[in-house]
Design a protein around this ligand. Structure first.
Ligand code: ZN
Length: 300
């Protein structure tokens, strides 16, 4: 309307002046509905246009603010097998930390999304050890979603064998097949922390696996039919007696009982000064390095 090349509130003013006084210079594009007249209908259309543009701008701004902080967990080992850890820990803000970790996904049921949502609701992160051969086109989006939410994607082998019963080549290919699958899903090239199935480790496994091995200091027992309340009691008891801070906790994302426990534990831990963090975040936060082939149950 005022021919400055933008459609904004100034154009509304210009059109209003024109309609009232009929002597204001106004652009030909003011006839928005092309009916050869410039009148109140065009004013109304202009108002709708400007409001829609404002809404789009607002949505773009919100989307930009909601962009997840991408962790630059990078691939390679540093000298002497040191794990390259660039986890961002600034969000933890001096709280006590526990790395609750979840095995055996991805899953097709709702337990995994319940766990992800309960964590996100408190701003928490966790590490998910994925079972490679379970990944399919119907559930692989769970892995992308985990990455997007700032969780740590990790490796739980391809076929979930007892690695201690396998030969060297099989041990390495169990790790590599899942690594390659995760890399292709996430469009990255990196190594991943490994949780050995059944926590089974020996010197052969330690020599063959090119990343740190993450077992646990606290086993929730969900795999052994622990109830939701038993899992909650175990974690709360550890928090109350001072042994939870710095622990790796073992859980499985495959059970609804576990999802229910996590839904109750997240707000409880938040109230009691804890942050649930990824394994890499917990080590970074405590200034502890991890090394290839070493087994970690906590970062004491
Ligand atoms: Zn497992």
């Amino acid at each position: 309307m005022n021919t400055d090349g933008k459609v904004d509130a100034d154009d509304l003013t210009a059109m209003l002046c024109y309609l009232v006084t009929q002597n204001q210079q106004i652009g030909e594009t003011a006839d928005l509905n092309n009916d050869q007249q410039i009148n109140a209908r065009d004013l109304s259309l202009l108002k709708q246009k400007i409001m829609a543009a404002a809404k789009t701008a607002e949505q773009q701004q919100t989307a930009a603010q909601e962009q997840p902080q991408q962790q630059e967990q990078q691939p390679v080992q540093l000298a002497a097998g040191q794990w390259y850890n660039t986890a961002n820990t600034s969000w933890i803000n001096g709280r006590k930390v526990v790395a609750i970790s979840f095995d055996d996904g991805p899953v097709t049921g709702t337990s995994a999304s319940r766990i992800q949502d309960a964590l996100t609701k408190q701003g928490f992160h966790a590490t998910f050890f994925y079972w490679g051969s379970k990944i399919n086109s119907g559930n692989e989006n769970e892995i992308r979603e985990a990455e997007k939410r700032g969780f740590e994607v990790a490796n739980h082998t391809w076929t979930h064998p007892k690695l201690t019963e396998k030969d060297n080549n099989t041990i390495l290919s169990e790790y590599n097949q899942t690594k390659d699958k995760l890399n292709s899903i996430l469009g990255v090239n990196r190594d991943y922390l490994l949780r050995p199935p059944y926590l089974a480790v020996d010197d052969k496994v330690k020599n063959m696996i090119p990343s740190p091995l993450i077992n646990c200091g606290i086993d929730s027992g969900d795999w052994n039919k622990a109830t939701t309340q038993q899992m909650i009691d175990k974690i709360q008891a550890a928090a109350n007696n001072g042994t939870l801070n710095g622990q790796v906790v073992l859980m499985h994302e495959t059970y609804d009982t576990t999802a229910a426990a996590v839904e109750q534990l997240c707000p409880w831990l938040a109230e009691h000064g804890y942050a649930i963090v990824t394994v890499s975040e917990m080590f970074k936060y405590n200034n502890k390095d991890m090394f290839k082939g070493n087994v970690y149950n906590n970062c004491f």
